[in-house]
Design a protein around this ligand. Structure first.
Ligand SMILES: [Zn+2]
Length: 262
């Protein structure tokens, strides 16, 4: 918007000069010189107008992309592609931190239209908006240590799917997850942490003799399967193809998110 206003100022400035120039009659050399300057101004005006029109075109396209997301029509494959592209920017150190300004905040005061749900770990190194290079209102994030599901997390996901019309759910595990390590530790854990480990235990049992990465990925797949078969809401939406639920694994070392085989 600031740029367009600036362009407007530049456009009108020579127009004012041009209008003033029309008062001269061009009968003497001085007037001819003024006429020549006005001709130059005309070329200047035309160039600026063309640039302005092009900029308006670009602005319209950006707006159109936003409108697509608002309509809640971002399909699972398209949503996944947006995440892949954002993560690639993050990995290469070229994050653009999109839609994190006051304009975006204002746009979202009465509604939200995120294009993906991420069920991630509470680990402080795995913030989805950061590793997928997204902004305000882009992701519906549910986080729990060890990215485990329970009635509360499923309830949050059901809400986002049914009422916010999000089409893609990503269960995101990560390298060196403390919850996975604790579940693999035969000594177990005290307090309420134990309830997290019970949910991870089947993956530990299934990956005996393998490393923590294998356990984490197996656990992610278990959570994907549990969500895909969750009744009464998610199962029917998965079966009808309305939504997709996929697993992914985040590397702390490279920053890369790899989507697991479906
Ligand atoms: Zn973790």
């Amino acid at each position: 918007m600031t740029i367009l206003v600036s362009v407007g100022t530049f456009v009108f400035h020579p127009l004012i000069l041009f209008s003033a120039g029309m008062k001269f009659s061009f009968r003497n050399p001085e007037d001819l010189l003024i006429k020549e300057n006005i001709m130059k101004n005309q070329k200047y005006i035309i160039s600026i107008l063309i640039a302005g029109i092009l900029m308006v075109g670009v602005s319209d396209r950006i707006q159109a992309k936003g409108d697509d997301q608002k309509a809640g029509t971002v399909k699972p494959a398209q949503a996944k592609q947006l995440l892949v592209e954002g993560n690639a920017r993050f990995v290469s150190g070229k994050s653009i931190h999109p839609r994190q300004n006051a304009d975006r905040r204002s746009e979202l005061t009465n509604s939200q239209h995120p294009f993906a749900i991420v069920l991630g770990c509470a680990d402080s190194r795995t913030g989805p908006e950061i590793i997928f290079d997204q902004g305000l209102g882009d992701l519906f994030v549910v986080r729990e240590a060890g990215n485990v599901i329970d009635d509360h997390t499923i309830g949050g996901i059901e809400y986002a799917v049914e009422h916010v019309h999000v089409k893609l759910v990503v269960v995101l595990g990560h390298q060196r997850c403390g919850a996975i390590a604790a579940a693999r530790d035969t000594a177990g854990a005290d307090g309420h942490i134990k309830s997290l480990l019970v949910t991870i235990q089947p993956a530990v049992n299934a990956t005996k003799g393998q490393d923590a990465e294998a356990t984490c990925k197996a656990h992610v797949q278990n959570m994907v399967h549990a969500l895909q078969t969750s009744e009464p809401v998610l199962k029917k939406l998965v079966q009808s193809g309305e939504i997709k639920i996929v697993g992914a694994y985040y590397s702390l070392e490279t920053g890369a998110v790899s989507f697991l085989e479906e």
